[in-house]
Design a protein around this ligand. Structure first.
Ligand SMILES: Cc1cc2nc3c(=O)[nH]c(=O)nc-3n(C[C@H](O)[C@H](O)[C@H](O)COP(=O)(O)OP(=O)(O)OC[C@H]3O[C@@H](n4cnc5c(N)ncnc54)[C@H](O)[C@@H]3O)c2cc1C
Length: 422
């Protein structure tokens, strides 16, 4: 038998190399593998469409220029984060999962480098493939870092001559992007004026909602709107972009700076030199069988207490934006990692024949649903709430506005965040 020769027979396969995937891989290597009876049988394999992890939250500012963040902190190599472990315990595959066969317990992977496919058997499977935004400016989506950099390049070229920018969507990504662009292009009105008289570039947010930032109370949204006005951003509410000409403007990379004619639901039109669709996200789950997805959100239908994907068979888990266990946010992932990790540890120990008495207790995930969202508006201002408490602008700046959480990601990527088994 292969295991008697010390060969790996049990792959712990993790699909996606971002907040969820990298965290779970470290958690496995630090806390689960050392507890398993036949350690040499196991290996964690990260399969990721991108070979680098990036601080996605920073995109609203990072898309303007490479000078705004140290690029070697914004993007980090995934395999490098795992050089600290024994080489036999970790493997990185640069490619995309194209299907999963739950009966045969294998993942089909398309290589990022060529047209080859690979069949990888899994003993346990974690699905943290995240989500894609309609605009390619806001993260890796299903491509790799080169695609994101190309999209930023196109946008920056367009920015040099743009006189009008329209952003569809009044959520945090739309508001933050408008704030960054407004301050960068128009500056900020002085202390005694509420608006910039003749903004250099007209920037408009169109939202179908009654107010921007629907996850925050209306009074906070109103303050955000005041901050936006000061950097030359106009907000159109109760209206939506119903059609765009050309129809893939702002969506396909070659049409990022194509200009667009937008029809709004009230019958009016807007012409934009740059159009940025910031209207939510769609989970990266197209490669999965429909019967394990939540039919209303297309996310992986995950047990919200245990983070197991009960319908998909034993030892299958999901976390992050691809899963329906909680609201899509980094803090949800950070809270879920020890729960998923502990429950996976139990399942693997049980499968390896370890008696129940020697196992950690099952952990239960409970989403913190209190009002929590921080939204910087340019480099100096911001609005937000944390755990139900409204935060002053300076605190939003201190926590997030300074560098869009870049100060928090290094320990997540390196695994230091998961040094303790909590
Ligand atoms: C502009 C913007 C700003 C945000 N700001 C904040 C914020 O301030 N605070 C906050 O809490 N949250 C914020 N979020 C949300 C946060 O970024 C997400 O919750 C987080 O990135 C989710 O992490 P994840 O691990 O689930 O997946 P993602 O970060 O979406 O990454 C998924 C990974 O999987 C890979 N992948 C995709 N498909 C496949 C496949 N088939 N096979 C292999 N690999 C695949 C991708 O390449 C990527 O590496 C923001 C999101 C956006 C878009």
């Amino acid at each position: 038998m292969a295991s008697e020769h010390g060969m790996v027979t049990k792959n712990i396969v993790v699909l996606g190399g971002s907040y969820g995937g990298i965290s779970i891989a470290h958690y496995f290597l630090k806390h689960i593998l050392p507890a398993l009876p036949q350690k040499q049988e196991y290996k964690v394999v990260i399969v990721s469409a991108a070979s680098e992890a990036m601080c996605r939250q920073a995109c609203p500012r990072a898309l303007i220029s490479d000078d705004l963040f140290p690029q070697n902190k914004l993007f980090v190599s995934i395999p490098k984060q795992f050089e600290q472990y024994h080489p036999g315990q970790f493997e990185f595959i640069h490619g995309s999962a194209t299907s999963v066969d739950h009966e045969g317990r294998v993942v089909i992977i398309g290589s990022a480098a060529n047209s080859q496919t690979q069949v990888l058997a899994y003993h346990a499977l974690v699905i943290p493939t995240g989500a894609s935004t309609p605009s390619p400016l806001f993260g890796l989506n299903v491509g790799d870092e080169k695609n994101l950099r190309e999209a930023w390049e196109e946008f920056r070229n367009g920015l040099e001559t743009a006189k009008s920018i329209v952003i569809a969507g009044g959520g945090p990504a739309g508001v933050e992007t408008a704030g960054e662009l407004g301050e960068h292009l128009n500056g900020r009105a002085g202390f005694f004026s509420s608006r910039i008289e003749n903004p250099k570039v007209s920037i408009t947010i169109v939202t179908s909602a009654k107010h921007i930032l629907p996850h925050l109370r209306p009074s906070i949204a109103k303050t955000a709107e005041d901050h936006l006005t000061k950097v030359g951003v106009t907000v159109i509410k109760n209206n939506r972009v119903v059609s765009v000409n050309p129809n893939n403007a702002g969506v396909s990379t070659d049409k990022i700076a194509s200009g667009a004619l937008l029809n709004l639901s009230d019958g009016t039109n807007l012409q934009a030199d740059l159009f940025i669709p910031a209207t939510g996200f769609s989970p990266n789950t197209k490669f999965l069988a429909k019967d394990i997805l939540d039919s209303s959100t297309s996310q992986v239908d995950t047990n919200p207490s245990t983070l197991r994907v009960d319908k998909a068979g034993p030892r299958i888990y999901a976390i992050g934006d691809a899963s329906n266990y909680a609201r899509a946010a980094v803090h949800s992932i950070m809270a879920a990692v020890p729960v998923l990790g502990t429950n996976m540890k139990r399942d693997l120990l049980l499968e390896a024949g370890v008696p129940e008495s020697q196992m950690p207790a099952e952990k239960v995930f409970k989403e913190d649903r209190r009002e929590t969202q921080l939204v910087p508006i340019g480099k100096a201002k911001g609005v937000g709430a944390a755990m139900g408490w409204r935060l002053p602008s300076w605190l939003v700046w201190l926590l997030k506005g300074r560098d869009y959480w870049l100060w928090t990601v290094a320990p997540v990527w390196s695994g230091k965040q998961w040094a303790k088994e909590s």
